[in-house]
Design a binder for this molecule. Structure first.
Ligand SMILES: Cc1ncc(COP(=O)(O)O)c(C=O)c1O
Length: 426
Protein backbone atom coordinates (compact mmCIF):
# COMPACT_ATOMS: atom_id res chain seq x y z
CA UNK A 1 0.00 0.00 0.00
CA UNK A 2 1.32 3.42 -0.96
CA UNK A 3 1.07 6.30 1.55
CA UNK A 4 3.16 8.82 -0.37
CA UNK A 5 0.40 11.36 -1.01
CA UNK A 6 -0.35 11.51 2.74
CA UNK A 7 3.35 12.11 3.37
CA UNK A 8 3.42 14.89 0.78
CA UNK A 9 0.24 16.63 2.08
CA UNK A 10 1.34 16.51 5.74
CA UNK A 11 4.82 17.81 4.86
CA UNK A 12 3.32 20.64 2.83
CA UNK A 13 0.73 21.30 5.55
CA UNK A 14 3.46 21.56 8.18
CA UNK A 15 4.32 24.95 6.68
CA UNK A 16 1.03 26.17 8.20
CA UNK A 17 0.15 23.68 10.96
CA UNK A 18 2.65 23.09 13.78
CA UNK A 19 4.12 19.64 13.26
CA UNK A 20 1.58 19.00 10.48
CA UNK A 21 -1.03 17.62 12.93
CA UNK A 22 -3.60 19.18 15.25
CA UNK A 23 -3.21 16.84 18.23
CA UNK A 24 0.02 15.63 19.77
CA UNK A 25 -1.45 12.12 19.75
CA UNK A 26 -1.65 12.18 15.93
CA UNK A 27 2.09 12.73 15.49
CA UNK A 28 4.48 9.80 15.28
CA UNK A 29 1.83 7.40 13.94
CA UNK A 30 3.34 4.59 11.84
CA UNK A 31 4.03 4.47 8.96
CA UNK A 32 3.19 8.21 8.86
CA UNK A 33 0.20 10.42 9.76
CA UNK A 34 -2.52 9.76 7.18
CA UNK A 35 -4.67 12.32 5.38
CA UNK A 36 -8.22 11.19 4.79
CA UNK A 37 -10.37 12.20 1.86
CA UNK A 38 -13.61 10.52 2.94
CA UNK A 39 -15.26 8.64 5.80
CA UNK A 40 -18.35 6.53 5.19
CA UNK A 41 -20.05 3.73 7.13
CA UNK A 42 -17.18 1.79 8.71
CA UNK A 43 -14.61 2.83 6.11
CA UNK A 44 -12.05 5.55 5.50
CA UNK A 45 -10.43 6.50 2.21
CA UNK A 46 -7.10 8.31 2.29
CA UNK A 47 -5.65 10.74 -0.27
CA UNK A 48 -3.63 7.90 -1.85
CA UNK A 49 -6.93 6.17 -2.60
CA UNK A 50 -6.41 3.43 0.03
CA UNK A 51 -9.59 2.08 1.59
CA UNK A 52 -9.60 0.97 5.25
CA UNK A 53 -12.09 -0.78 7.49
CA UNK A 54 -11.86 1.58 10.45
CA UNK A 55 -11.65 0.44 14.08
CA UNK A 56 -10.29 3.83 15.31
CA UNK A 57 -13.74 5.37 14.81
CA UNK A 58 -12.40 8.86 15.51
CA UNK A 59 -10.80 7.50 18.74
CA UNK A 60 -14.12 6.03 19.84
CA UNK A 61 -17.01 8.45 19.26
CA UNK A 62 -18.50 6.95 16.07
CA UNK A 63 -20.58 4.17 17.67
CA UNK A 64 -23.17 4.63 14.89
CA UNK A 65 -20.51 4.66 12.19
CA UNK A 66 -19.17 7.53 10.07
CA UNK A 67 -22.43 8.39 8.34
CA UNK A 68 -25.47 7.72 10.55
CA UNK A 69 -28.40 9.13 8.60
CA UNK A 70 -30.58 10.11 11.59
CA UNK A 71 -27.79 12.09 13.25
CA UNK A 72 -26.74 13.81 10.04
CA UNK A 73 -30.35 14.68 9.16
CA UNK A 74 -30.93 16.16 12.64
CA UNK A 75 -27.75 18.25 12.41
CA UNK A 76 -28.48 19.43 8.86
CA UNK A 77 -32.02 20.51 9.64
CA UNK A 78 -30.84 22.35 12.78
CA UNK A 79 -28.36 24.29 10.63
CA UNK A 80 -31.30 26.03 8.98
CA UNK A 81 -32.69 26.99 12.40
CA UNK A 82 -29.73 28.16 14.53
CA UNK A 83 -26.01 27.58 15.01
CA UNK A 84 -25.00 29.37 18.20
CA UNK A 85 -27.32 31.57 20.21
CA UNK A 86 -25.50 32.33 23.51
CA UNK A 87 -28.70 31.33 25.22
CA UNK A 88 -30.77 28.20 25.59
CA UNK A 89 -32.53 26.00 23.05
CA UNK A 90 -35.08 23.30 23.85
CA UNK A 91 -32.68 20.75 22.38
CA UNK A 92 -30.26 20.95 25.31
CA UNK A 93 -33.02 20.11 27.79
CA UNK A 94 -34.08 17.14 25.66
CA UNK A 95 -30.48 15.93 25.47
CA UNK A 96 -29.96 16.32 29.23
CA UNK A 97 -33.23 14.54 29.97
CA UNK A 98 -32.14 11.58 27.83
CA UNK A 99 -28.83 11.37 29.73
CA UNK A 100 -30.69 11.52 33.06
CA UNK A 101 -32.87 8.62 31.95
CA UNK A 102 -29.94 6.55 30.72
CA UNK A 103 -26.95 7.05 33.06
CA UNK A 104 -27.46 5.81 36.65
CA UNK A 105 -25.44 8.58 38.38
CA UNK A 106 -26.98 11.38 36.32
CA UNK A 107 -29.53 13.61 38.03
CA UNK A 108 -28.32 16.91 36.59
CA UNK A 109 -26.21 17.67 33.54
CA UNK A 110 -23.88 20.40 32.25
CA UNK A 111 -22.61 20.27 28.68
CA UNK A 112 -19.07 21.11 27.61
CA UNK A 113 -17.18 20.77 24.32
CA UNK A 114 -14.51 18.23 25.25
CA UNK A 115 -13.87 15.52 27.81
CA UNK A 116 -10.75 17.29 29.08
CA UNK A 117 -12.78 20.39 29.99
CA UNK A 118 -15.57 18.41 31.61
CA UNK A 119 -12.99 16.67 33.84
CA UNK A 120 -11.95 20.10 35.14
CA UNK A 121 -15.53 20.89 36.18
CA UNK A 122 -15.75 17.62 38.11
CA UNK A 123 -12.49 18.27 39.96
CA UNK A 124 -13.60 21.79 40.84
CA UNK A 125 -16.93 20.51 42.17
CA UNK A 126 -15.12 17.87 44.27
CA UNK A 127 -12.82 20.49 45.80
CA UNK A 128 -15.66 22.94 46.46
CA UNK A 129 -17.91 20.26 47.98
CA UNK A 130 -15.26 18.92 50.36
CA UNK A 131 -13.19 22.08 50.99
CA UNK A 132 -10.14 19.88 50.30
CA UNK A 133 -7.51 20.24 47.58
CA UNK A 134 -6.09 16.82 46.80
CA UNK A 135 -7.20 14.57 43.97
CA UNK A 136 -6.31 10.88 43.52
CA UNK A 137 -5.75 9.53 40.01
CA UNK A 138 -4.36 6.19 38.87
CA UNK A 139 -1.25 5.26 36.94
CA UNK A 140 -2.05 4.65 33.26
CA UNK A 141 -5.44 6.38 33.36
CA UNK A 142 -5.99 9.36 31.02
CA UNK A 143 -8.26 12.28 31.83
CA UNK A 144 -7.28 14.83 29.18
CA UNK A 145 -4.15 16.85 28.64
CA UNK A 146 -4.63 19.66 31.20
CA UNK A 147 -1.89 20.39 33.74
CA UNK A 148 -3.52 18.96 36.88
CA UNK A 149 -4.29 15.49 35.46
CA UNK A 150 -1.83 14.86 32.61
CA UNK A 151 0.45 12.97 34.98
CA UNK A 152 1.51 9.32 34.83
CA UNK A 153 -0.78 8.51 31.91
CA UNK A 154 1.88 6.31 30.29
CA UNK A 155 4.96 6.78 32.47
CA UNK A 156 8.32 5.12 32.05
CA UNK A 157 8.36 2.81 35.11
CA UNK A 158 12.04 3.64 35.63
CA UNK A 159 10.99 7.22 36.44
CA UNK A 160 7.83 6.38 38.35
CA UNK A 161 9.21 5.03 41.65
CA UNK A 162 7.80 2.22 43.71
CA UNK A 163 4.78 0.51 42.14
CA UNK A 164 2.72 0.60 45.32
CA UNK A 165 3.52 4.28 45.90
CA UNK A 166 4.21 5.84 42.48
CA UNK A 167 5.90 9.19 41.88
CA UNK A 168 3.78 11.37 39.55
CA UNK A 169 5.48 11.64 36.15
CA UNK A 170 4.76 14.77 34.07
CA UNK A 171 3.28 14.22 30.61
CA UNK A 172 4.80 17.31 28.98
CA UNK A 173 7.20 20.17 29.34
CA UNK A 174 5.66 23.36 30.65
CA UNK A 175 3.33 21.56 33.06
CA UNK A 176 2.54 23.08 36.46
CA UNK A 177 3.69 21.14 39.55
CA UNK A 178 1.48 18.36 40.84
CA UNK A 179 1.36 19.35 44.49
CA UNK A 180 -2.34 18.47 44.86
CA UNK A 181 -2.27 15.22 42.91
CA UNK A 182 -1.74 11.74 44.35
CA UNK A 183 -1.02 8.96 41.85
CA UNK A 184 -1.88 5.41 42.96
CA UNK A 185 -1.86 1.93 41.42
CA UNK A 186 -5.34 0.94 40.23
CA UNK A 187 -7.23 -2.12 41.51
CA UNK A 188 -5.40 -1.75 44.84
CA UNK A 189 -7.83 -1.10 47.67
CA UNK A 190 -5.20 -0.96 50.37
CA UNK A 191 -3.34 1.90 48.64
CA UNK A 192 -6.61 3.83 48.31
CA UNK A 193 -7.69 3.32 51.90
CA UNK A 194 -4.27 4.43 53.16
CA UNK A 195 -4.72 7.73 51.31
CA UNK A 196 -8.35 8.34 52.18
CA UNK A 197 -7.70 7.75 55.87
CA UNK A 198 -5.80 11.06 56.00
CA UNK A 199 -9.11 12.84 55.41
CA UNK A 200 -7.65 15.30 52.88
CA UNK A 201 -8.69 13.79 49.51
CA UNK A 202 -11.37 15.82 47.71
CA UNK A 203 -11.99 13.37 44.88
CA UNK A 204 -10.93 10.14 43.24
CA UNK A 205 -11.06 10.08 39.44
CA UNK A 206 -10.75 6.87 37.41
CA UNK A 207 -11.66 5.16 34.19
CA UNK A 208 -14.03 2.48 35.58
CA UNK A 209 -12.61 0.16 32.93
CA UNK A 210 -9.03 0.94 31.99
CA UNK A 211 -8.93 1.38 28.21
CA UNK A 212 -6.33 4.05 27.59
CA UNK A 213 -2.96 2.52 28.37
CA UNK A 214 -4.03 -1.15 28.65
CA UNK A 215 -7.32 -3.06 28.66
CA UNK A 216 -8.06 -3.98 32.27
CA UNK A 217 -11.34 -4.63 34.06
CA UNK A 218 -11.85 -3.74 37.72
CA UNK A 219 -11.21 -6.73 39.97
CA UNK A 220 -14.37 -8.25 41.46
CA UNK A 221 -15.50 -6.07 44.36
CA UNK A 222 -12.94 -3.30 43.70
CA UNK A 223 -15.36 -0.60 42.54
CA UNK A 224 -17.85 -1.51 45.28
CA UNK A 225 -15.15 -1.13 47.91
CA UNK A 226 -13.95 2.21 46.45
CA UNK A 227 -17.55 3.42 46.53
CA UNK A 228 -17.83 2.39 50.18
CA UNK A 229 -14.54 4.07 51.14
CA UNK A 230 -15.42 7.31 49.35
CA UNK A 231 -18.71 7.48 51.24
CA UNK A 232 -16.96 6.68 54.53
CA UNK A 233 -14.23 9.30 54.15
CA UNK A 234 -16.32 12.01 52.47
CA UNK A 235 -14.41 11.83 49.15
CA UNK A 236 -16.20 12.48 45.84
CA UNK A 237 -16.07 9.50 43.46
CA UNK A 238 -15.70 10.51 39.80
CA UNK A 239 -15.97 8.02 36.93
CA UNK A 240 -14.40 9.21 33.72
CA UNK A 241 -16.64 7.47 31.19
CA UNK A 242 -15.44 9.40 28.15
CA UNK A 243 -14.62 6.08 26.44
CA UNK A 244 -17.03 3.73 28.20
CA UNK A 245 -20.10 6.01 28.38
CA UNK A 246 -22.88 4.99 25.94
CA UNK A 247 -20.41 2.49 24.44
CA UNK A 248 -20.05 -0.34 26.97
CA UNK A 249 -23.85 -0.09 27.37
CA UNK A 250 -26.49 2.65 26.92
CA UNK A 251 -25.91 3.46 30.62
CA UNK A 252 -22.12 3.19 30.37
CA UNK A 253 -19.78 1.06 32.45
CA UNK A 254 -21.54 2.05 35.67
CA UNK A 255 -24.78 0.43 34.49
CA UNK A 256 -22.99 -2.82 33.62
CA UNK A 257 -20.72 -2.93 36.68
CA UNK A 258 -23.45 -1.85 39.11
CA UNK A 259 -21.53 0.87 40.95
CA UNK A 260 -22.77 4.47 40.92
CA UNK A 261 -20.26 7.31 41.29
CA UNK A 262 -21.08 10.82 42.52
CA UNK A 263 -20.01 12.48 39.28
CA UNK A 264 -19.45 11.16 35.74
CA UNK A 265 -17.64 12.57 32.74
CA UNK A 266 -19.20 11.76 29.37
CA UNK A 267 -18.02 12.50 25.83
CA UNK A 268 -17.13 10.64 22.61
CA UNK A 269 -20.13 8.35 21.82
CA UNK A 270 -22.47 10.93 23.38
CA UNK A 271 -22.76 12.81 20.08
CA UNK A 272 -21.25 10.47 17.46
CA UNK A 273 -18.55 12.83 16.22
CA UNK A 274 -19.87 16.22 17.27
CA UNK A 275 -17.87 18.15 19.89
CA UNK A 276 -20.00 17.44 22.95
CA UNK A 277 -19.02 16.30 26.43
CA UNK A 278 -20.85 16.48 29.74
CA UNK A 279 -20.34 16.51 33.45
CA UNK A 280 -23.25 14.81 35.17
CA UNK A 281 -24.01 13.70 38.69
CA UNK A 282 -25.98 13.75 41.84
CA UNK A 283 -28.01 16.87 42.61
CA UNK A 284 -26.11 17.78 45.78
CA UNK A 285 -22.90 18.11 43.77
CA UNK A 286 -24.26 19.48 40.50
CA UNK A 287 -26.22 22.15 42.42
CA UNK A 288 -22.89 23.79 43.29
CA UNK A 289 -22.67 24.60 39.58
CA UNK A 290 -26.40 25.26 39.29
CA UNK A 291 -26.28 27.82 42.11
CA UNK A 292 -23.21 29.50 40.63
CA UNK A 293 -20.90 28.62 43.54
CA UNK A 294 -18.71 26.63 41.14
CA UNK A 295 -18.02 28.36 37.83
CA UNK A 296 -18.41 26.50 34.55
CA UNK A 297 -18.46 28.42 31.27
CA UNK A 298 -17.83 28.00 27.56
CA UNK A 299 -18.88 29.85 24.39
CA UNK A 300 -19.64 26.60 22.57
CA UNK A 301 -21.41 24.75 25.41
CA UNK A 302 -24.69 23.26 24.08
CA UNK A 303 -24.13 24.60 20.55
CA UNK A 304 -27.39 24.03 18.67
CA UNK A 305 -26.25 21.72 15.86
CA UNK A 306 -24.27 19.58 18.30
CA UNK A 307 -27.30 19.34 20.57
CA UNK A 308 -29.51 18.22 17.69
CA UNK A 309 -26.91 15.53 16.92
CA UNK A 310 -26.77 14.56 20.61
CA UNK A 311 -30.54 14.09 20.84
CA UNK A 312 -30.60 11.99 17.67
CA UNK A 313 -27.64 9.88 18.85
CA UNK A 314 -29.06 9.28 22.32
CA UNK A 315 -32.51 8.39 21.02
CA UNK A 316 -30.95 5.70 18.89
CA UNK A 317 -28.69 4.39 21.66
CA UNK A 318 -31.56 4.41 24.17
CA UNK A 319 -33.60 2.18 21.86
CA UNK A 320 -31.03 -0.58 22.47
CA UNK A 321 -30.79 -1.40 18.76
CA UNK A 322 -27.15 -0.32 18.26
CA UNK A 323 -25.88 -2.42 21.18
CA UNK A 324 -27.95 -5.39 20.08
CA UNK A 325 -26.48 -5.21 16.58
CA UNK A 326 -22.88 -4.78 17.75
CA UNK A 327 -23.25 -7.57 20.30
CA UNK A 328 -23.43 -9.92 17.29
CA UNK A 329 -20.73 -8.43 15.04
CA UNK A 330 -18.36 -7.41 17.84
CA UNK A 331 -18.66 -10.78 19.53
CA UNK A 332 -17.98 -12.54 16.22
CA UNK A 333 -14.88 -10.39 15.77
CA UNK A 334 -13.61 -11.08 19.31
CA UNK A 335 -14.16 -14.81 18.90
CA UNK A 336 -12.65 -14.84 15.42
CA UNK A 337 -9.49 -13.05 16.62
CA UNK A 338 -9.18 -15.53 19.48
CA UNK A 339 -9.51 -18.45 17.06
CA UNK A 340 -6.94 -17.05 14.62
CA UNK A 341 -4.45 -16.28 17.41
CA UNK A 342 -4.94 -19.68 19.01
CA UNK A 343 -4.49 -21.42 15.66
CA UNK A 344 -1.28 -19.44 15.11
CA UNK A 345 -0.06 -20.32 18.63
CA UNK A 346 0.04 -16.67 19.78
CA UNK A 347 -0.38 -16.14 23.53
CA UNK A 348 -2.88 -13.32 23.81
CA UNK A 349 -5.75 -11.87 25.79
CA UNK A 350 -8.88 -10.00 24.74
CA UNK A 351 -10.55 -7.88 27.41
CA UNK A 352 -13.75 -5.90 27.08
CA UNK A 353 -17.07 -5.85 25.30
CA UNK A 354 -18.29 -6.28 21.72
CA UNK A 355 -18.42 -2.47 21.34
CA UNK A 356 -14.90 -1.84 22.68
CA UNK A 357 -12.20 -4.32 23.57
CA UNK A 358 -8.46 -4.52 23.98
CA UNK A 359 -6.14 -7.12 22.49
CA UNK A 360 -2.67 -7.80 23.90
CA UNK A 361 0.17 -10.15 23.04
CA UNK A 362 2.17 -12.46 25.28
CA UNK A 363 0.48 -11.61 28.61
CA UNK A 364 -2.62 -12.60 30.53
CA UNK A 365 -4.31 -11.19 33.61
CA UNK A 366 -2.64 -7.84 34.39
CA UNK A 367 -4.43 -5.82 37.09
CA UNK A 368 -2.81 -2.40 36.77
CA UNK A 369 -0.55 -0.25 34.59
CA UNK A 370 2.76 -1.74 35.74
CA UNK A 371 1.63 -5.30 35.07
CA UNK A 372 -0.25 -4.27 31.89
CA UNK A 373 2.80 -2.81 30.16
CA UNK A 374 4.54 -6.18 30.41
CA UNK A 375 2.46 -7.18 27.38
CA UNK A 376 4.46 -7.29 24.15
CA UNK A 377 3.50 -3.81 22.97
CA UNK A 378 6.15 -3.62 20.27
CA UNK A 379 4.86 -6.83 18.72
CA UNK A 380 1.29 -5.55 18.86
CA UNK A 381 2.38 -2.28 17.20
CA UNK A 382 3.93 -4.29 14.37
CA UNK A 383 0.73 -6.31 14.05
CA UNK A 384 -1.35 -3.10 13.82
CA UNK A 385 1.00 -1.74 11.14
CA UNK A 386 0.72 -4.93 9.06
CA UNK A 387 -3.08 -4.78 9.33
CA UNK A 388 -3.04 -1.16 8.19
CA UNK A 389 -0.96 -2.03 5.14
CA UNK A 390 -3.68 -4.53 4.23
CA UNK A 391 -6.63 -2.16 4.74
CA UNK A 392 -7.58 -2.66 8.40
CA UNK A 393 -7.03 0.35 10.67
CA UNK A 394 -6.68 -0.45 14.39
CA UNK A 395 -5.12 1.52 17.23
CA UNK A 396 -1.50 0.53 17.83
CA UNK A 397 -2.21 0.41 21.58
CA UNK A 398 -4.61 -2.54 21.34
CA UNK A 399 -8.08 -0.97 21.52
CA UNK A 400 -10.71 -1.92 18.90
CA UNK A 401 -13.85 0.23 18.57
CA UNK A 402 -16.90 -1.24 16.82
CA UNK A 403 -19.86 0.54 15.23
CA UNK A 404 -23.27 -0.37 13.88
CA UNK A 405 -21.82 0.23 10.40
CA UNK A 406 -19.50 -2.80 10.72
CA UNK A 407 -21.37 -5.64 9.08
CA UNK A 408 -20.59 -9.36 9.09
CA UNK A 409 -18.86 -9.03 5.72
CA UNK A 410 -16.47 -6.43 7.23
CA UNK A 411 -15.79 -8.72 10.19
CA UNK A 412 -15.05 -11.64 7.85
CA UNK A 413 -12.72 -9.49 5.76
CA UNK A 414 -10.95 -8.28 8.90
CA UNK A 415 -10.49 -11.83 10.18
CA UNK A 416 -9.06 -13.00 6.89
CA UNK A 417 -6.49 -10.16 7.03
CA UNK A 418 -5.68 -11.05 10.67
CA UNK A 419 -5.06 -14.62 9.49
CA UNK A 420 -2.78 -13.44 6.65
CA UNK A 421 -0.74 -11.24 8.98
CA UNK A 422 -0.31 -14.02 11.53
CA UNK A 423 0.77 -16.37 8.75
CA UNK A 424 3.56 -13.97 7.76
CA UNK A 425 4.37 -13.50 11.45
CA UNK A 426 4.87 -10.35 13.57
C1 LIG B 1 -11.00 8.44 29.58
C2 LIG B 1 -10.82 9.77 28.89
N1 LIG B 1 -11.03 10.90 29.57
C3 LIG B 1 -10.91 12.11 29.00
C4 LIG B 1 -10.53 12.24 27.69
C5 LIG B 1 -10.41 13.59 27.08
O1 LIG B 1 -11.47 13.81 26.21
P1 LIG B 1 -11.33 14.85 25.00
O2 LIG B 1 -10.31 14.30 24.07
O3 LIG B 1 -12.72 14.95 24.42
O4 LIG B 1 -10.89 16.15 25.62
C6 LIG B 1 -10.29 11.08 26.94
C7 LIG B 1 -9.87 11.17 25.53
O5 LIG B 1 -9.50 10.21 24.90
C8 LIG B 1 -10.42 9.81 27.55
O6 LIG B 1 -10.18 8.67 26.88
Amino acid sequence: MDFSESVRVVEAGARDVAGGVNSGFRAGIRPNPLVFAKASGCTLTDVDGNLFIDYFLGMGPMLLGHSPKEVIAAAKSQMDVSLLVAGQTELEYQAANLINQMVPSSELVRFASSGAEAVQVALRIARAATKRWKIVKFEGHYHGWFDNVYWSTAPDPNLAGDESNPIPVAGTQGQEPSENLVVLPWNNIEAIENQLKNGDIAGIIMEPIMFNSCGILPLPGFLEKVRELCTKYGTVLIFDEVITGFRVSPGGAQAVLGVTPDLTILGKALANGFAVAAIVGKKDFMNLVGEGKVMHGGTYNSQSVSMAATVATLQLIKSGAPHRAISITGEALKQGITEEFTRAGVVHEIVGYPTVFNVRFDLKGPVDYRSGIKANRERYGNFALELLKRGIRVLPRGTWFLSTAHEMIDIEKTLSVVKDVLKVGV
